[in-house]
Design a protein around this ligand. Structure first.
Ligand SMILES: NC(=O)c1ccc[n+]([C@@H]2O[C@H](COP(=O)([O-])OP(=O)(O)OC[C@H]3O[C@@H](n4cnc5c(N)ncnc54)[C@H](OP(=O)(O)O)[C@@H]3O)[C@@H](O)[C@H]2O)c1
Length: 284
């Protein structure tokens, strides 16, 4: 058991971040006397702040909006996921160097594995809607699995093309199709896993409205938006009898690798943690 370890999240603002709740829950559950702080940091001050954390004995921490790109630039070592994402959400100190990872995508896949085991048994065709920061994180770990086609559709198709090119540059030989937003509905009939990575469906945003009846009845519909937990897209998928995956599981699972690194124990994403965070979301 590792004691007295401390980690921290930076952002601006950082008061809304759920990571302190998640890590605090695990520290308590596992009986560790570690600490997880939050600090609001001004843009431009991320590198200096990380160096200060190292000097103050922090093990590492998380990075949230708008500092993920600045943290990426401040790291000495990066994982492949962080390099392709161009963003760091988890950092730690090792051998005097700052290491950065992006665990959003592996969190998404861990949630998928936990809730829909065997989802990749028949080389599913995947359709990712969106090409923003979250899509960058989600696509790479999916490519590590046994999948059929990977297709990206984004409102701005140029952004989807840039993302696909960045991935192919990092992983030569990767096959990724980019299709137009106007062709989205027509792609559904050959989609086994549909993933919304846009902010459509988020509280205050219009829904991602698709003719889901065109999906095969065995398809899974995933949304990474988690406020509300049941987005209009997920509600429509459930009404059609399709399997669904909500965005909260990704948020919980992305926290696992960081906790394990800083505090030395692998935590579980269980029903109690989910209920704890759901209660907070309901109150906000
Ligand atoms: N569950 C989790 O743990 C988790 C983690 C990260 C993010 N998220 C959620 O994922 C969502 C996206 O985050 P992000 O960091 O990727 O944001 P981002 O980099 O700003 O990208 C936003 C994406 O949404 C698209 N979009 C926005 N408004 C749209 C509209 N009216 N019509 C069509 N497309 C629209 C954008 O398309 P254009 O490129 O055409 O503008 C882009 O693809 C947010 O809701 C965020 O809360 C969840």
């Amino acid at each position: 058991m590792t004691t007295h370890a401390k980690a921290v999240i930076i952002g601006k603002p950082v008061s809304h971040a759920r990571s302190p709740l998640i890590h605090g829950f695990w520290l308590h559950q596992l009986g560790l006397d570690g600490r997880y702080d939050r600090l609001e940091v001004e843009p431009g001050a991320v590198r200096k702040t990380l160096q200060q954390f190292r000097a103050e004995g922090y093990r590492g921490g998380n990075v949230t909006v708008p500092h993920k790109e600045e943290a990426f630039a401040a790291c000495d070592e990066l994982t492949e996921a962080a390099r392709i994402a161009g963003a760091v959400n988890t950092f730690w100190f090792e051998d005097g160097r700052i290491h950065g990872d992006n665990t959003d995508g592996s969190g998404f896949v861990a949630h998928l594995d936990a809730t829909h085991p065997g989802w990749d048994a028949n080389r599913p065709n995947i359709l990712v809607v969106g090409a923003g920061g979250a899509a960058r994180g989600v696509i790479v770990p999916l490519l590590n699995r046994s999948i059929g086609a990977m297709t990206i559709v984004n409102r701005s198709s140029e952004r989807a093309r840039i993302l696909a090119n960045d991935i192919v540059r990092a992983r030569p030989g990767t096959n990724i199709a980019v299709e137009n937003w106007t062709d989205l509905a027509g792609l559904l009939a050959r989609t086994d896993l549909l993933i919304n990575t846009t902010s459509l469906g988020m509280k205050g945003q219009p829904p991602l409205d698709l003719p889901l009846q065109q999906l095969p009845s065995s398809a899974i519909v995933a949304d990474i938006v988690y406020v509300p937990l049941e987005t209009p897209l997920l509600a429509a998928a459930k009404a059609r009898g399709l399997r669904t995956l909500d965005g909260l599981g990704m948020l919980l699972h992305q926290a696992v690798p960081g906790f394990e690194r800083w505090f030395g124990a692998r935590p579980a994403v269980d029903a109690a943690l989910r209920a704890h965070i759901l209660a907070d979301l309901a109150g906000s």
